[in-house]
Design a protein around this ligand. Structure first.
Ligand SMILES: [Zn+2]
Length: 144
């Protein structure tokens, strides 16, 4: 049983800015799937992401703290797989150092392939995630 989701519906989505699972409103759909959502907390629009726990998961085990370090590498890959699972070529931007990017933008890089922006630590740099891992890249450079 699934309730009908459409543009304007409120759904839970993982907010890249708030770093939490929060209430979002759907702003764009692809078929029957929410594609873009707007965070009701920080008002940022981003690609809809659900936490990886799906109906197939057999019970969630939580070990507080102990596995946090080991998890960060695999969660980076999991996050990349989430980006790829909702990949849409028409929504992806080609990376150049002259453009500006936002958290959750899907980007293609000539060397690293498909990935996403996971953080914007400064006006001239972004942290991106590709299959090969996290990369710090320049952005918003002045064109020569
Ligand atoms: Zn947010």
């Amino acid at each position: 049983m699934q309730k009908r989701i459409d543009v304007g519906s409120e759904i839970d989505s993982q907010c890249g800015r708030c770093k939490l699972l929060l209430n979002h409103v759907v702003v764009a759909m692809v078929g029957t799937e929410p594609r873009k959502v707007k965070c009701l907390t920080c008002q940022s629009e981003h690609i809809h992401r659900v936490p990886k726990a799906k109906s197939t998961s057999s019970g969630t085990k939580r070990k507080a703290g102990a596995t946090a370090k080991a998890k960060s590498a695999s969660s980076a890959l999991a996050r990349w797989q989430t980006i790829i699972s909702s990949w849409d070529d028409s929504a992806a931007k080609s990376y150049t150092i002259y453009d500006s990017f936002n958290v959750d933008d899907a980007i293609t890089h000539v060397k690293f392939g498909r990935g996403g922006v996971i953080a914007v630590p400064g006006p001239d740099r972004i942290i991106t995630l590709f299959e090969s891992g996290e990369k710090m890249l320049m952005q918003a450079k002045k064109r020569p």
